[in-house]
Ligand binder design. Structure first.
Ligand SMILES: Cc1cc2nc3c(=O)[nH]c(=O)nc-3n(C[C@H](O)[C@H](O)[C@H](O)COP(=O)(O)OP(=O)(O)OC[C@H]3O[C@@H](n4cnc5c(N)ncnc54)[C@H](O)[C@@H]3O)c2cc1C
Length: 424
């Protein structure tokens, strides 16, 4: 297609922003329609009692190459915006894995060998387990869960490392989560290039991490961005596609799966039925104020079980956020959503007091919590995800689209880049 192709992007989350930036960079005329009054989708900032908080605490890793490339493309200073630290799953009692800096594979081996609170047999068992999956090319039967994948992994290493990584990356409990998707993430992170396994923690609110810079970049290049506009109807034929009867040469649908299923019901009933069949996993984020509390590092792993909801905690003050403010994250949170807000709040306060008795000076105050019931799709074994190409004039982007990654920022951005490549 020649310069001046009219492209509509429906949905201004990170997938839609990636698609819009790439379509614009390719010389197309881009219109972006977003239903909400702001861009960012699930990865956006929210205001609460005068504080700017994130819709949910987000973690990026060094292996998010396309997300980092997109941030740089729209002019962000990535090193300033993200706090980089080697992969560390350290618990409040000081136990846990801490990888040294440097090339990923030797760093993983050195980190495991230096994991002091893990018996020697378990350290070697974990390395042997990882080496075996590497030899198998990080492939497992599609029906395998993470728990089955880790059957030969030493129990203590499984509980302190594999289970928390699974719930953090896939937002799905290990007994239900796809072993293959976790293997893909482990391959890219632990066996990728130097820095791939590093944790990248936002030092800015999510809006200032991509949506603000991306929208400035797009507007400066003539893109049309319409906020507060819910697209109601799409059509597509051989000559083009339309958005609420406005003609375009190509449309990229970058909404969550349920809304994509509605919009595409007439264009591709089969695609629409598959997207409507997704099941979801919630995430709860709670914010607490704990004056004069200092953690040894900005992110702590927490022991979660039937009484303790959160798997991770973040010191937002140390990350440039509001002072004395901490975020607790409950991934794969379905049991806690069922338990109700009061029970979850009480359990989180108890968990905090139990985990941080020595570092808390003064009363801990509950600020707020936020439950995203459809935070991500449930990343289960053999899950059939729908393809990006629905029609020659219409492609789909979003973290739910067919791809190797779980529902993450990187999955969303990759799908957006790919959808823009399909234009023409
Ligand atoms: C609490 C929480 C914590 C998370 N933590 C992490 C993490 O640590 N690391 C990580 O990588 N990922 C994390 N994720 C996942 C990540 O946020 C998502 O994978 C990603 O944001 C999905 O982007 P998307 O563009 O595919 O979809 P969305 O962000 O859902 O964007 C879709 C957009 O489409 C708009 N829209 C819908 N219908 C219409 C319509 N008809 N017309 C116009 N616009 C429409 C919506 O308003 C929305 O803005 C987390 C998610 C949540 C909710």
């Amino acid at each position: 297609m020649s310069e001046g192709v009219r492209v509509a992007v429906v949905g201004g989350g990170w997938a839609g922003l990636a698609a819009a930036v790439h379509a614009c960079a390719a010389g197309h005329r881009v219109s972006l329609f977003e239903m909400a009054p702001q861009l960012g989708g699930r990865a956006r900032s929210v205001r609460k009692d005068g504080l700017t908080l994130d819709n949910g605490q987000h973690i990026l890793i060094g292996a998010y190459v396309q997300t980092l490339a997109l941030m740089r493309q729209v002019g962000m200073d990535v090193e300033a915006a993200l706090h980089r630290m080697p992969l560390t799953l350290q618990y409040p009692d000081g136990s846990g894995l801490r990888l040294p800096a440097g090339p990923a594979l030797p760093a993983f081996a050195r980190g495991v060998l230096g994991w002091r609170d893990l018996p020697w047999g378990d350290r070697l068992g974990l390395l042997w387990w990882a080496a075996r999956w590497r030899l198998r090319g990080f492939r497992c039967p599609p029906s395998m869960t993470v728990a089955e994948l880790a059957r030969r992994c030493p129990r203590r290493a499984y509980q302190a490392l594999i289970e928390p990584l699974s719930v953090a990356a896939l937002n799905t409990p290990a007994e239900q989560a796809s072993g293959q998707v976790l293997l893909t993430v482990l391959r890219d992170a632990l066996f990728g290039p130097p820095g791939a396994a590093d944790l990248l923690l936002p030092r800015r609110p999510l809006d200032a991490l991509l949506p603000d810079d991306a929208s400035r970049w797009l507007r400066a290049r003539g893109a049309h961005i319409e906020l507060g506009r819910r697209v109601m109807r799409l059509t597509a034929d051989d000559t083009g596609a339309s958005v609420d009867d406005e003609p375009f040469d190509h449309v990229i649908v970058a909404t969550p799966p349920g809304e994509a299923a509605r919009l595409l019901a007439d264009i591709s009933p089969a695609w629409s039925a598959a997207a409507a069949a997704f099941t979801y996993q919630p995430i709860i984020t709670a914010w607490l104020r704990a004056p004069q509390t200092r953690w040894p590092q900005t992110m702590m792993a927490l022991r979660a079980d039937g009484l303790r909801p959160a798997q991770f905690g973040f010191d937002l003050g140390a990350l440039g956020g509001p002072a004395d403010t901490f975020a607790l994250v409950v991934s794969g949170a379905a049991p806690w959503v069922s338990a109700g807000a009061d029970a979850t709040r009480m359990a989180l306060m108890n968990q905090w007091e139990e985990a941080f008795p020595a570092t808390t000076h003064g009363p801990v105050e509950w600020i707020a919590s936020r439950t995203e019931k459809r935070a991500t799709f449930a990343c289960t074994p053999g899950l059939k995800r729908s393809p990006a190409r629905v029609h020659p004039r219409l492609t789909v982007a979003g973290d739910h689209v067919e791809g190797p990654y779980p529902a993450t920022l990187e999955g969303a951005v990759r799908s957006g880049v790919e959808a823009a490549r399909c234009i023409g």
